[in-house]
Design a protein around this ligand. Structure first.
Ligand code: I3P
Length: 126
């Protein structure tokens, strides 16, 4: 754990840009809309920033919050059938949110899949 100001933040395990599409919110299907997202993985959550890392950091100072995904009990699987794109996997949360993540670059998406899967497997299921 590292101290960031007053808040104790879990350590960042991986961060970078991926293509992201949220396809369900609380179990309700959403229209698929791919966009580039700055993605930050820590031990029990993923944060999705709509902007560049730099923009995200300056937004944080003004209290702007990224979309945060609780990985406890979450499920990750490759989702070939959910997209015409290559290298797509899906994360499903306990709360019924579904995200597709994608990169054209094989090793990048594989690294992300393994990092998120490892994080989920280390967490209690409930
Ligand atoms: C969607 C858009 C997505 C596409 C999706 C389309 O159209 O082209 O990129 O997903 O296909 O419906 P719209 O912008 O009109 O909503 P992929 O790129 O992942 O294939 P889908 O409906 O087969 O998921």
């Amino acid at each position: 754990l590292t101290d960031v100001g007053k808040v104790t933040e879990p350590m960042v395990e991986k961060e970078g840009y991926l293509q992201k599409a949220k396809i369900a919110d609380g179990g309700k299907k959403l229209r698929k809309n791919w966009s580039t997202s700055w993605i930050v993985l820590s031990s029990r959550k993923i944060e999705f920033y709509k902007e560049s890392k730099q923009q995200a950091l300056s937004n944080m100072k003004t209290g702007h919050k990224p979309e945060s995904v609780d990985l406890c009990g979450a499920y990750i699987e490759w989702a070939k059938e959910k997209s015409s794109r290559k290298n797509v996997f899906q994360i499903t949360t306990v709360s019924g949110n579904e995200f597709l993540l994608q990169s054209d670059i094989d090793f990048i998406i594989l690294d992300w899949f393994n990092a998120i899967k490892n994080a989920i497997d280390r967490l209690p299921k409930d």
